[in-house]
Design a protein around this ligand. Structure first.
Ligand SMILES: Cc1ncc(C[n+]2csc(CCOP(=O)(O)OP(=O)(O)O)c2C)c(N)n1
Length: 361
């Protein structure tokens, strides 16, 4: 078991690919079919392309706001790829790669950041909760889903994401405690990108790792190289399998780095040195995985260029559709969350409708 082999208290971190895409220890390489390896890589590449474009749209004044993902693609795609279609994805707000792999249409993700509420109205078959901006609040929802799964006797697993800053929120502790006590099939993924806006990881806790926080809740925990997609996949697959067998939750800390700003209203140059960013660029998860695939004769540079171009066109046409989509109806904003609107929602809807129509409260 990886969780036994890599005890975070002993300072051990699971890492399979080095920064040049070489395998460090063949025994650790997870079994993944070639087709799936390519799907994982393509999703990481699409994430990168969409991310860069989204930042440009925002800078051109065409998008409301945006939370960039550059550098975190292995954490996002490697983890979700280890789950199945029937499993749940409970996100924070910086998991573009996971959303795309899960099947959320890019157009909808752009709609969300464009400020259009219907961006959260996912297709029925995509089992993902809406993006959660209140830090760590989503973790209790994830555990609730797990409790329901247990009651219903189903074998669905929930993957729940949170940032390093989110681990200091009360909800983080509450969720992990409940998950342990009720043995829920929940895999918690801490995307440790080293920052909570401008606050560095060292100000979140005196603990050496975030993974070791699992110990106090009596659940397994593991720290992995979050820029190594194979390591993220291997740790998540083991945790997902354990959860599906009824053996409860796991906490995974992926050690990664946010290469871009926190959001489009942030300037990271104020609180971190360029040299640190350059060091992390050397560990880029995409370059590393691409080298691995090229060595396996599954990919080549020419294919890569063509794929990138194709994705750029796809991203542009999706964003164009968003810009042309017009306004969302007020009713839809209030109606999509519940099968029937709650009395509070009806009241809020009426009040707001009145305000829009007559300009009075
Ligand atoms: C409950 C709550 N408090 C404060 C904020 C403001 N806020 C937005 S993002 C953020 C930092 C989150 O850091 P982290 O959890 O590490 O995730 P990251 O942004 O690095 O992905 C804060 C404090 C919020 N959204 N919700």
């Amino acid at each position: 078991m990886l969780v036994d082999q890599f005890n975070p208290l002993e300072g051990k971190m699971l890492s399979i690919l080095d920064k040049d895409g070489n395998v460090k220890d063949k025994k650790l390489v997870p079994k993944i079919e070639d087709e799936k390896l390519i799907e994982i890589y393509k999703t990481m590449l699409l994430t990168r392309v969409a991310d860069i474009k989204a930042l440009q749209y925002q800078r051109q004044g065409r998008m409301l706001t945006y939370a960039p993902n550059q550098g975190q693609e292995a954490t996002q795609v490697g983890s979700i790829a280890a789950s199945e279609e029937k499993d749940w994805l409970v996100p924070a707000f910086r998991e573009l790669g996971a959303w795309l792999y899960k099947g959320v249409p890019l157009e909808q993700i752009f709609l969300y950041w464009y400020g259009n509420e219907s961006g959260s109205d996912f297709p029925e078959n995509v089992k993902m909760l809406p993006i959660s901006v209140p830090i760590a609040s989503q973790l209790n929802h994830a555990v609730g889903i797990g409790m329901a799964t247990n009651i219903k006797g189903e074998d669905e697993v929930t993957l729940a994401y949170v940032g390093d800053g989110g681990t200091s929120q009360g909800e983080f502790s509450e969720a992990l405690n409940f998950a342990g006590v009720f043995n829920t099939p929940t895999v918690f993924i801490i995307s440790n990108n080293q920052f909570a806006i401008s606050v560095p990881r060292k100000f979140q806790t005196k603990a050496k790792t975030l993974a070791q926080k699992s110990i106090g809740f009596g659940i397994p925990g593991i720290q992995v190289d979050g820029n190594d997609v194979l390591a993220v996949y291997a740790a998540t697959k083991e945790a997902v399998d354990r959860a599906r067998k009824g053996e409860g939750p796991t906490l995974i800390e992926t050690v990664t780095y946010r290469l871009g700003p926190h959001t489009t209203s942030d300037d990271p140059k104020i609180y971190r040195e360029d040299v640190e960013v350059e060091e992390w660029k050397e560990k880029d998860p995409l370059i590393r995985f691409r080298k691995y695939l090229i060595d396996k004769n599954l990919w080549d540079e020419e294919k890569d260029e063509k794929q990138k171009e194709e994705f750029e066109n796809i991203v542009n046409s999706n964003f164009k559709k968003v810009e042309e989509s017009g306004k969302i109806s007020l009713e839809k904003i209030f109606k999509y969350n519940y099968e029937e609107m709650t009395p509070e929602l009806i009241e809020q809807y009426e009040e707001y409708k009145n305000y829009i129509e007559k300009g009075v409260k």
